[in-house]
Design a protein around this ligand. Structure first.
Ligand SMILES: [Zn+2]
Length: 294
């Protein structure tokens, strides 16, 4: 995402106000049903001020080549987004569709804007004393005028991991997924736990398999509503997996041949997670020719 988050400049309220008034500044529009996307393949960017009243407090996303970019909460502005107020060639697109339809940089922008707007929606009041909080630092902080507490947008870390044994992958499926869908095991970190410990614990809880040597691969923001997926690979000494904590409907080993066929969509293997997910990235990376199994 080619956007400077202006972490230093945004601490100056006068600078933020100047960006709001600048002719080159734009805003993206976030509603409960998604983010406004223009007729092409990009997030819609509207001039400021927007042509309707009470647009909520603009949140500064950052500064790009053309000027500052803000996010506006459409629901705060309009209740339910009033379609007539939107430009006719815009449509509200849910984040999962954005990830599938738009280029990666635009998907990243959408994820960032939606995560930040969602956080503001949920943190209007101080968790410490209950008073209404104020937006500061262009929306990176909410400050309580009564007790002085500062509240920062939170990110909930989730580990997601491929476990390998004897050139096979451990994948599981949750109830309610499309028929045949299997994906990497995943779970939230517990307080006081390292990501590596969480990998081992989640694999044991969800499958009974003992994972070892968890190795970090890559991460992905996952704003449903505010997670960060930490992608790992780990090894195991084999064993028969058993879905036993109620989260998974089934968990089993898949051979390399089954995984490769599934990636090629040839049938015979599992239905893999969608292309924009880190699970899919990890699985395709594992299946690349030349990578040797444990
Ligand atoms: Zn307070």
């Amino acid at each position: 995402m080619a956007l400077d988050r202006a972490s230093a400049e945004r601490k100056d309220p006068a600078w933020v106000r100047a960006q709001l008034a600048a002719s080159g500044s734009r805003a993206v529009l976030v509603g409960r049903d998604g983010i406004a996307v223009d007729g092409g393949r990009s997030v819609a960017r509207t001039p400021l001020p927007v042509p309707w009243p009470q647009a909520g407090e603009p949140i500064l996303l950052g500064v790009g080549g053309d000027g500052a970019l803000f996010a506006l909460d459409l629901d705060a502005a309009l209740g339910a987004p009033a379609a007539g107020e939107l430009r006719r060639d815009w449509r509200l697109v849910g984040l999962r569709q954005v990830g599938a339809e738009l280029p990666r940089a635009e998907g990243g922008l959408a994820a960032y804007a939606v995560a930040l707007v969602n956080w503001h929606r949920r943190h209007g009041f101080c968790a410490n004393c209950g008073a209404a909080t104020l937006v500061v630092e262009g929306g990176y902080v909410r400050r309580c005028p009564r007790c002085g507490s500062e509240h920062f947008p939170r990110t909930d870390p989730v580990v997601i991991m491929l476990v390998e044994h004897d050139d096979r992958l451990l994948l599981g499926r949750r109830a309610g997924w499309p028929p045949g869908r299997y994906s990497a095991l995943a779970g939230f970190l517990s307080p006081g736990e390292s990501a590596e410990e969480a990998v081992v614990r989640e694999v044991r809880e969800e499958s009974g398999i003992v994972a070892r040597e968890p190795t970090f691969v890559a991460s992905q923001p996952w704003p449903f509503p505010s997670s960060l997926m930490l992608g790992f690979e780990a090894r195991a000494s084999g064993g028969e997996p058993v879905a036993r904590d109620g989260e998974l409907e089934d968990v089993r080993w898949f051979t390399r041949e089954e995984v490769v066929a599934a990636i090629a969509d040839e049938g015979g293997g599992p239905l893999l997670p969608p292309a924009e997910s880190i699970a899919r990235f990890l699985i395709e990376r594992w299946a690349e020719p030349g990578r040797r199994g444990a």
